[in-house]
Design a protein around this ligand. Structure first.
Ligand code: NDP
Length: 251
C-alpha cells in the first residue's frame, strides 16, 4: 500500500507557476481542461496534449483570455502513438523550452463496465495502453527534459479502485493499480534525485463525462466540479509541494 495523504486547501497565488513548463495529457476536457486553465492562470506555460484538436484549441483560447502565457497544442492519440512519437515529443519540448517542470498524466479511458468473465480482451488492451502504458512511455521519454528542470513534478492519476479492487471495474481498476505501482517504483528510483519528484493523485468523484458514464444514475450536480479541485493539482505540480515523493494523494 502506498502512503496516502490529503492535499491541503490551496488557492494558487498569482504567478506561483511563472517560468514553469507543464505538460498535461487529456487537456481538452474534464479535469485536464480545468487544471490546464488553472496552471495557465498561475503563470505556467502549458503543453496541451490530447486527441481532439478543437477541444485543445478552446482550452488554448481560454488560457490566453485569462492572461496566461501562450500555451502549446500537441495533438497525440495515446492509443495510436508509438515509441518514436514519444521521443519526438520530448525532443520538441527540449528544442522549444529546454526543460520540463511538470508532467501530469491525466488522460484516461473508463472502458465498459463488465465482470472479468465477460470482459472484452480488445477493450482490456486499450484501457491498459492509455491508462498505464502511456504514462510509462511518456515518463521514460521525458526523463532527459525533466532532469533539466530545477524542480520537476511528475503526477500520475489514480482512483479509489486503484487501491482496492471492485467488481466490474475490470481493466480500469487494474490500470490504476499499475499506475500506483509505476509511481512508487519511479519515485523510489528518484529518491536521491533532488530535482525530480513523483506522486499520484486521486481526484475522487468529480463532475465529468467519465464520471457520468460510470454512474449514469447519479445527479451530477451533487458532485464537485473539475474547477473546484484544479487548485490542488497546481499545489502538487508546483513549488508548494516541494519535497513530496512517492505519496498517493487524495483530493
Ligand atoms: P474525461 O473523460 O472527462 O477526460 C479524459 C480526457 O482524456 C479527455 O480529454 C480525453 O480526450 C483524454 N483521452 C482519453 N483517451 C485518450 C487518448 N487515447 N489519447 C489522448 N487523450 C485521451 O475524464 P476525467 O476528467 O473524469 O478523468 C481524468 C482523470 O481522472 C482520468 O485519469 C480518470 O481515470 C481520473 N479519475 C476521474 C474521476 C472522476 O470522478 N471524474 C475519479 C477518479 C479518477 P477526448 O476529450 O478527446 O475524449
Amino acid at each position: 500500500m502506498p502512503t496516502i495523504e490529503k492535499i491541503p486547501a490551496y488557492e494558487p497565488p498569482a504567478g506561483v507557476m511563472n517560468d514553469r513548463v507543464v505538460l498535461v495529457t487529456g487537456a481538452g476536457d474534464g479535469i485536464g481542461r480545468a487544471v490546464s486553465i488553472a496552471l495557465g492562470k498561475a503563470g505556467a506555460t502549458v503543453i496541451l496534449l490530447g486527441r481532439t484538436v478543437n477541444k485543445l484549441e478552446k482550452v488554448y483560447d481560454e488560457i490566453l483570455a485569462a492572461g496566461g502565457p501562450r500555451p502549446a497544442i500537441y495533438p497525440m492519440d495515446l492509443e495510436g502513438a508509438v515509441w518514436d512519437d514519444y521521443l519526438e515529443l520530448a525532443d520538441r519540448i527540449d528544442a522549444e523550452y529546454g526543460r520540463l517542470d511538470g508532467l501530469l498524466h491525466n488522460a484516461g479511458l473508463l472502458g465498459r463496465r463488465s465482470p472479468i468473465e465477460f470482459y472484452d480482451p480488445v477493450e482490456w488492451q486499450r484501457v491498459m495502453l492509455v491508462n498505464a502504458t502511456a504514462p510509462f512511455l511518456l515518463t521514460r521519454a521525458c526523463l532527459p527534459v525533466l532532469r533539466k528542470s530545477k524542480d520537476a513534478s511528475v503526477v500520475f492519476t489514480s482512483s479509489g479502485v486503484g487501491r482496492k479492487g471492485r467488481a466490474h471495474w475490470g481493466a480500469y481498476a487494474v490500470s490504476k493499480f499499475a499506475t500506483e505501482g509505476l509511481m512508487e517504483t519511479f519515485a523510489d528510483e528518484m529518491e536521491n534525485v533532488p530535482n525530480i519528484r513523483a506522486n499520484a493523485i486521486n481526484p475522487g468523484a468529480t463532475r465529468t463525462n467519465m464520471r457520468a458514464k460510470a454512474y449514469p444514475g447519479e445527479d451530477p450536480m451533487s458532485l464537485k466540479t473539475p474547477e473546484d479541485i484544479a487548485g490542488k493539482y497546481v499545489w502538487l505540480l508546483g513549488p508548494a509541494s516541494a519535497g513530496k515523493q512517492g505519496i498517493s494523494f487524495d483530493v
